[in-house]
Design a protein around this ligand. Structure first.
Ligand SMILES: NC(=O)c1ccc[n+]([C@@H]2O[C@H](COP(=O)([O-])OP(=O)(O)OC[C@H]3O[C@@H](n4cnc5c(N)ncnc54)[C@H](OP(=O)(O)O)[C@@H]3O)[C@@H](O)[C@H]2O)c1
Length: 387
């Protein structure tokens, strides 16, 4: 192998060219070789430049998580800490643990993930399968869901993944999903509520509710309550609510938000996520000491299809998104909350990635939590009355 090939692998790791990295590793370049001219290895560079997909690929393909840079004292972990690359820190810890044969959890859980057919949800499914877990993804398009199941079986080497069809756009759709889960997967003990939308236009669903209010808030509300009996029966059980840091910008008006009378693309996304955080705290109190926990998490700013639409502003955001982190990064914190022994029994927290964050004052307002719950029950009762 020529020195040029080795330098090209190093450069591709710095520039984030995963295809090229894969090519050179397949060609047999040693990922741990430190060229005397540079005294660094591709793993260090992928961490420094924040290319988590490459870090992950290198670790899976022979890069040593305990390598010393320049034969000095810096390790991949110390470099990740110095550049505050939290996802790389988590990834390296996982690899160090697996190389020391200690798994992050001894338990094999059965985990239901909404929005598991693409974006962060699909990356969560992949990571959990790699951890030896059993996974059920919810997909509203059955054909697409089945294709993802086949893909993840192959890429993870773990066949324990199934798909269940479900559409969270309406109250009836959520209720149908609960019934299907109870019939086919009554052994789940972890629920990751991940599906979400960022609407660029006002749209009402069949219940006359604004779509992001339905998908981002009401669907998790209905699913958490509907699945609670089976989660309790299979406890200890966990619910992970994939939320968004933008919730702090939300402004809830219980007379307007549910039907989109105050609709705005950023406003509605932030406000429906605010509702979801209010629900998380309220529900955490309700399930305390029942063997079920619920926590909310902001997964990071991640390059996915969220909010994509043919509008010019969306096209501009799509361009900017190329510099955001990959779904594998966004999957780290939700996966950790779903199975890690480190957070066993933790209930009612909000995590910014893997760090606990204090709630803003508005969500600690118990009266507001209760008002939202009562208004939600009113909406649900009205919808049942209609049928
Ligand atoms: N990306 C970020 O930077 C970011 C930041 C903070 C929080 N989050 C949160 O992370 C979660 C995942 O988002 P993402 O970035 O991965 O977005 P994404 O790529 O757009 O994926 C969204 C997922 O939700 C599903 N979904 C949407 N509406 C649904 C419905 N009515 N019924 C069933 N499934 C539905 C989608 O399924 P279809 O394929 O059928 O549409 C898709 O699987 C969301 O809750 C989002 O708010 C993301």
């Amino acid at each position: 192998m020529s020195a040029g090939d080795w330098k090209d692998l190093l450069r591709a790791s710095q520039e984030g060219d995963l295809g090229l990295v894969e090519y050179y590793i397949k060609m047999g370049i040693d990922p741990n070789y430190q060229h005397p001219e540079f005294l660094t290895a591709p793993l260090f560079e992928s961490i420094r430049f924040g290319h988590l997909d490459i870090t992950e690929f290198l670790l899976k393909n022979g890069a040593d998580p305990n390598l010393k840079e320049g034969f000095g004292t810096d390790t991949p972990l110390s470099v990740a800490k110095s550049v505050q690359n939290k996802a790389a820190i988590q990834l390296l810890k996982q690899h160090q643990m697996s190389s020391s044969t200690k798994p992050s959890t001894d338990r094999i859980n059965k985990i239901l993930i909404t929005g598991g057919n693409r974006g962060i949800g699909k990356a969560i499914a992949q990571q959990l399968l790699e951890e030896g877990q059993k996974v059920v993804i919810v997909s509203r398009d059955g054909q697409q869901g089945r294709a993802v199941v086949d893909e993840l079986k192959t890429s993870s080497g773990n066949p324990n993944i199934e798909m269940i069809q479900g559409n969270l756009s309406s109250i009836a759709g959520c209720q149908a999903l609960i019934q299907a889960v109870k019939v086919k997967h009554s052994d789940i003990n972890v629920f990751i509520s991940n599906a979400g939308v960022w609407m660029t236009d006002l749209q009402l669903n069949e219940d006359q509710l604004e779509v992001s209010f339905m998908v981002n808030y009401l669907a998790p509300y209905i699913l958490c309550r509907g699945l609670l009996p089976i989660l309790q029966a299979n406890g200890p059980a966990r619910i992970v609510n994939v939320n968004a840091g933008l919730y702090v910008k939300g402004k809830l008006d219980l007379n307007k938000t549910p039907t989109g009378l105050d609709f705005g693309p950023i406003h509605s996304y932030a406000t429906t996520k605010l509702c979801s955080v209010l629900f998380t705290i309220d529900f955490a109190r309700e399930v305390a000491d029942s063997g079920v926990t619920i926590n909310a998490v902001h997964p990071g700013v991640i390059n996915t299809g969220l909010g994509d639409s043919p509008k010019l502003i969306s096209k501009l955001i799509k361009f900017v998104k190329r510099f955001w982190k990959p779904p594998t990064y966004g999957a780290q914190a939700p996966s950790w909350l779903a199975i890690s022994d480190e957070v066993e029994g933790v209930n009612g927290n909000y995590y910014n990635e893997m760090e606990v964050m204090p709630y803003i004052d508005v969500v600690k307002d118990k009266a507001l939590q209760e008002e939202l719950r009562l208004r939600t029950e009113e909406i649900l009762n009205k919808s049942m009355f209609k049928k």
